[in-house]
Structures are given as structure tokens and as C-alpha cells.
Design a protein around this ligand. Sequence first.
Ligand code: SF4
Length: 329
Amino acid sequence: MAIAQDKSDLKPGKARKGLVPLVHDELLDHLMAGLDGAMREHRGYGETDVRPVAVEGAGHRHSDSGGCSRRTSYLLRGVERSNPMTVIEKWNAFVGTVLHEWVDEGFRRTLPHAEFEVVTSLLIPITDRDGAPVVGLDGIEVAPLLTAGHADLRVDMPTADGPKRVVGEYKTQGGFRFKKNAGFQGEAQGPPYGGLVQACMNARALDADEVWMLDIAKELVAKAYAEDYGLAADDPHRGFSTWVFDRDYIRRVSDFEIRRLVRIVELNATGQKVPRSVIDNGIPKGARIVDPVDGRWQVVNEDGSVADTGTSYLCIYCSHQDVCIADGP
Ligand code: SF4
């Protein structure tokens, strides 16, 4: 059973040499044909590919925090995804889901009072920069934005000063990204920005004192490589990284995200195009995507000269890349 794929817009690929895998592989075709349904069934999403929103009526998911403002505007307006995940990308996400479940199992044994997949929500008033209600093109005041999510973990930890509420967020990473985040490949970038904002939004909703971020490697840092960094073979840092953020940090990050969401809702409601502003690890403040095909960004000085430039993976994996390209800057 062959799966039809339109490959007409792909660049001619490099020729691989040696014992390369089959192009038409009966085994792989069977797997791909069955995998989508199997993953849906396990996740319990029914026919939809996207996890149902945590709270009915929510207009924004905390898991869509940070990243690109233009993409956020599409999501808030309910614009159909022009670039949905393919089966093989869903597999990647599914592996993450399964690892989450196993991490939960581990914590259940040592933190028996912890709760998992805790539903969170925030109601955000939509006001302009002067604090006045925003009025849409239809002449009606824009309703508050209900945002919602699931905190991976909530646990009250005993301390000498009384219980401390912790919200945990786990992110699975490929080997390269794991190493970059943890400082095994250049300067440590820290936890993924979008995940950190998601955690801070959940923590704010649950009135938490701390956020614990946990990066889970899908591939361990190699033994010899880890040794170069002074890690023994049994060091858990070969596969897991943790960071802790306090209440002050939670407040600052969630305040920033709330302001970002309010501005995007305001621009949407007043019929203005939302800029391709991006905020992510390794991207400086004020960066905007100038080429959504390859994710090239620039920071421009007041005199129009380019202060900094680079590329981001955000566009390549964006669910609305084709819509964005068609919409223009
Ligand atoms: S393609 Fe890039 S610039 Fe456009 S919405 Fe997606 S992430 Fe933003």
C-alpha cells in the first residue's frame, strides 16, 4: 500500500552513497499507514490531530506561548493550519508524549502527593496601552481572552518556612538541542523559551512559588563526550537537565507574555497586520523574520542598518508558514 506524496516542490536532494535505505519500502508503507491511527488512539484525541483545549472556550493555549507573534495571531483568529504536522513529525511529538508518561511514572513513586496534567486558566482583559478597553472594527468592546493549559506537574514541597508550590514542565529534546540547551555545545541556552513561558503561565494560574523545567534527551550525551565535561557514565545529566525559576521570574515572564497577547488581540481586532516578531532562545530582542521560507531574522537599527541577523527553525516547523508567505510582511 503506497502512500502518495507530492514532492514536486522539494529541492533536488543530495545523492546518498553506500547501503542506503529503500525508497519504496513495503514495510515502511504499512507502518506509516497504521501509525497515524495508532497514535491518535493512544492520545485519545479522536479524529483531530491537535489536543483539545484544556478549558472549553479558551482562545489561547499556554503551549503556544512565545515564538512568533504573527503565528500567534493566526492561532488566536482560528486560521486553518496550512502546514499541519506530517505523520513522521507526529511520531516525533508522540515519542515526547510517551516519555512524558514515563517521567510521570517515575515522579509518582517519589512524589506520591504530586498531581499531573493539572488544568490551568487565566482570564486576560484586553486594554490598550492607556488601560482603556479595546474596541474592535465592529464597534464592540473586545472580550477578555481566556487562556488555558495543562501543567505537567504540581506539587507542594515541604520547606522550613512552610510548603512551597512547584509547577513542573518537561520538554523532550533531540540530542543536538539537548546539548545546546545544557551547554555541551557552546554557551548553554537554557530551557526552550516557549516551554518556559508556558510553565510560567501555568505557574501564575496555579499561584506557584517555583517553576521546575526539565529537559529530557531523546539521545544520551555520548559517554566519551560526557567525560570531556567531567561527567561520569552514570551521571543523570547525560539525559536530563533541570532549571529552577522563582516567583519573581514567573511574574516577569508571564507579564511579558500577557502584554504580548493583549497587543496581538488588539491588532487582530482592529484589522491590523501582526508583525513577524520573534522571541526565542538565541534570538536578540527586537528580531523580526524577514524571510519566512528559511526563517531568516534581522534586528534593524533606527537608521535602517542591520544590527544583527540569523536564522530560526521557527518558520520551518510553523503550522502557518504558507499562509504567512502568502500574506506578505
Ligand atoms: S512562517 Fe515564520 S514568520 Fe510566518 S508565522 Fe510562521 S513563524 Fe512566523
